[in-house]
Write a protein that binds this ligand. Sequence first.
Ligand code: GLU
Length: 403
Amino acid sequence: MSELKDAQKNILEALKTINKEEYYELLKEPEKFIEVNFPVEMDSGETKIFKGFRSQHSTLRGPAKGGIRFSLNVNEEEVKALSTWMTLKCAVADIPFGGAKGGVKVDPESLSDAEEKRLSKRYIDAIAEVIGPDRDVPAPDMNTTSRHMAWMMDEYSEDSRELEPGVITGKPVEAFGSKGRAEATGYGAAYIVEKIVEEKDMEKEETTVAVQGFGNAAAPAVEYLDSIGLKIVAVSDSSGATYSEKGFKYGQLVECREENGSVCKIGEKITNEELLELEVDFLIPGAIQEVITEENAENIKAGHIVEIANGPTTLEADKILAEKGVKIVPDILANSGGVTVSYYEWVQNRTGEYWPKEKVLEKLRQNMTQAYKDFQKEEAETDREKAYAVALRKIVEAYKIRE
Ligand code: GLU
C-alpha cells in the first residue's frame, strides 16, 4: 500500500475511534500541493532541471510546518503522506502549527557543496510564493541540515529585501537558530523514556535499551539515557550493529566512531535483525522506515518501542505487537521534540529574544511529558491509534469552533 493510503487510513481509523468520521473528506488530501521544476547550474557549467514538491496538508491549527528532504525517493505521494503526519505530529505535541513537507528528487551524494547550495536556493525560490513565517515554515528532514536552512533563509530574505529568520527553522545557532534544536528530537524521546521508567518504578541501572541508529536524532537520545544511568546494550549505524551485556557509555561510542568511522567496532558484532529482537526494556528504532514488520513483529521481545525514526513499524506489525502486549510510543509523539523546538525557534525569531539552552530543554521536557500524559488518557485498539485520536480531537475542534 502507498504511504499516502496508509496516512489516509490512519486518519479514517482515528476519526472512527472518536466518532467524527464526517471530517474524513476535509483531512484526506492536503490543502495545497505544488510541484516545481527548476534549473540549477552544475559545477561543469551545464544546467540541470530538478523536480521538487511542497505539500501543505493543514493550516487549521497554525502555519503549515515540516521539513524538506533531499532524496531520490522523493515523490508526490510520499510528500503528501509525510505532510499529513506532520499535521498529526504538531497536534499531538500541541504546538500551534499545521502540517507540511517538501522535498527535491535528487541524490545529494552526487552533488558538490556548491551545487547543494545552489540547489537549496533555487528550490526555495521555486516555492517562495507559498511559504512564509505565517504561512508555511520549512525545516530540515532527511539529508538536509542546519546549513541548508541558513542558505534557504538567506535566499528568501534577499528576495523579500528583509531579514526573515522566522521563515524556516532548524537553522544554525550562529544564524538565528535555537539552542537545543540539534539534540531536541533525541532528548524529547528520551524524556518520555525517563518518564516511563519513573512511573513504572524501574531500577535505572537494570533498565536495558537497544537503539537502532546513531545519527542526528538517535545519538542525543543515547547520550541522555546514558547520563541518567540506563544501560545501553546495543547500538547500530549504517555499517552494522553491536552488543554489550554490561552496556556502552555514550563517550565510548563517540570515540569509537571518531577513530573508526563507525560505532560498531567495539562490543560484540550482531546483525540489525538481532538488535531488533533483543530482550530489552526499551527498543528505540532511530534510523530507517519499516524495520518492524509482520515478518519479525512476533519475535520482538522489547517491553516498549519508542519510535524516533518516522514510520519504523508497519500497520500489520502494530496489531501483532498490541496482541503481544508490547507498548509503543508512536513516532508522531516520540519524535515530536524536533518540531517542538522548531516552534520555540520560530517564537524566538519573531520576538527577538533568544533563550538559554536550559530554558529550551526545560520547556521541551514539560511539553513532551504533557503530550505523553494526554496520550495515556486516550483509548483505542493500538497505541498508534491512540496518538492519532489525540491529534484528531484537537484538529476537529479547531475546525468545529469556526463552523
Ligand atoms: N523533519 C522533522 C520532523 O519530521 C522536523 C520538522 C520541523 O522541525 O518542522 O519532525
